[in-house]
Ligand binder design. Structure first.
Ligand SMILES: [Fe+2]
Ligand SMILES: [Fe+2]
Length: 439
């Protein structure tokens, strides 16, 4: 059962226990955010838990009672039926819904609209004026995740354990050549050994001179997005490889050596192309607009580098969802498909087309590994599926925003590129990947 599983996993934090309530009260009263957002809330509230949570042992307890006064919590304890009679605001949900809201720090008024939380007493209009306060209040509640962060910090504070091996795969069982990562590695050694520096670019250089300013602009624009994208995935992959190595997953690490090498070559390819054909990369970064920056400058590096302090399954899932499912599996895949169709259909830039075709092949192995990794993590942690779906939904939104952002800069896009095609293809790619996840 969902709730019990949480208890078993940590033995430290039990939602709705007395110690949890004490901790929550302390957390409200030390939160600057709640102090600010809850400054106009002066009323008690009952968060009713029905059916009663297993951790609540008191017979007459119906949920949690909070007496809130201008950004402060005066009292936090179990509620009783008597409180329900005197209190003017009662929200009711089952323990799973409450935990979900608390862990995600979500706005509970939305849940009332979606019917997962019931407004048993009180006015929705009044509550909606306090949305920010309610959200800030739930964010202060202690969660399992905080506990993980705290334990990670504590772990860091502990004296460092010297790394050591207890045995080796090759000298005990032997490498598992039937495993998916080893099969990918065999393919990488055949298809991934192309050399970007060997691709002939003289025809491209001649054609480039003939293009109009608009045609050059869209080619540079798309290349500037791919170029930084390839560099970002090269820079950000290492923390994931590090975790896989720490966990002793030698077959996966063997495959990942080719993965990183290939990303490095993709970065090299675009850089050669920019310098030898496009006379760049001067001003290329001006094509990196806010939506693009959110994903490639912020979310991607944050998701991957978070692994340096947090090796949990959830952190790994977030990294793979951002890197493999969205950046590679949805955006890059769509961009390369559109780019190569455009070049093929118009019989243009054979060097660029050759590079992109090779790159697409490498990427299909990367995405396949990402899906394998996500499924391995989900098989061991099925309870994380819901969180992964929420994250993917958010990231898909980021990805489609980038496509809108690209096309908003053109009245007519040269070479017959169409926004609808990009959007449909991106969503289709995303759906194909989702169908392969064990959700
Ligand atoms: Fe790549
Ligand atoms: Fe890749």
């Amino acid at each position: 059962m969902w709730f019990k599983k949480d208890q078993k996993e940590t033995d430290e934090l039990t939602y709705f226990s007395k110690s949890w309530m004490e901790e929550w009260k302390k957390s409200i009263n030390t939160s600057d955010n709640y102090k600010k957002k809850g400054k106009s809330w002066n009323a008690p509230i009952v968060l009713k838990i029905e059916p009663k949570a297993e951790s609540i042992k008191e017979e007459d307890a119906t949920g949690i009672f909070l007496n809130l006064s201008y950004g402060e919590c005066l009292e936090l304890r179990y509620s009783t039926e008597k409180d329900e009679q005197t209190c003017n605001l009662i929200l009711k949900a089952d323990s799973k819904t409450w935990i979900n809201l608390i862990e995600k720090g979500k706005d509970p008024t939305m849940s009332i609209l979606k019917n997962s939380v019931k407004l048993e007493k009180g006015s929705l209009i009044m509550l909606s004026t306090q949305r920010k306060a309610a959200e800030a209040l739930l964010k202060t509640a202690p969660t399992q995740q905080d506990r993980h962060v705290t334990s990670a910090v504590t772990k860091q504070d502990q004296p460092k354990k010297e790394p050591s091996h207890t045995s080796f795969k090759t000298t005990t069982h032997g490498l598992n050549f039937e495993s998916f990562p080893m099969k990918l590695f065999q393919k990488a050694k055949i298809y991934g050994i192309w050399n970007p520096a060997d691709i002939g670019l003289s025809a491209d250089q001649d054609e480039w001179k003939e293009f109009s300013a608009d045609e050059r602009k869209i080619l540079i624009h798309l290349s500037a997005l791919f170029m930084a994208g390839e560099e970002a995935v090269t820079l950000d992959l290492l923390p994931l490889i590090q975790i896989i190595a720490q966990e002793g997953r030698i077959e996966e690490e063997i495959y990942l050596t080719s993965f990183l090498w290939e990303e490095a070559k993709h970065t090299e390819f675009f850089s050669i192309y920019a310098q030898q054909v496009m006379s760049g990369p001067k001003d290329f970064e001006s094509f990196h607009k806010p939506m693009y920056k959110i994903l490639f400058y912020e979310k991607l590096p944050r998701a991957l580098h978070a692994l340096r302090d947090d090796s949990s399954a959830l952190a790994q899932l977030k990294a793979a969802a951002t890197y493999n499912m969205i950046v590679e599996g949805t955006l890059a895949e769509t961009g390369y498909a559109a780019f190569s169709n455009m070049l093929k259909d118009n019989n243009l830039l054979p060097g660029l087309l050759e590079g992109i075709e090779k790159l697409k092949q490498d990427e299909s192995r990367h995405i396949a590994f990402g899906i394998y990794l996500i499924n391995r993590l989900l098989d061991d942690n099925p309870s994380l599926g819901e969180e992964l779906e929420d994250l993917l939904e958010e990231l898909l939104y980021d990805a489609t925003n980038i496509i809108h952002e690209i096309f908003s800069q053109y009245d007519t896009v040269p070479f017959g590129l169409e926004k609808e095609w990009f959007l449909n293809h991106a969503i289709k790619q995303f759906q194909n990947r989702m169908a392969k996840l064990n959700l």
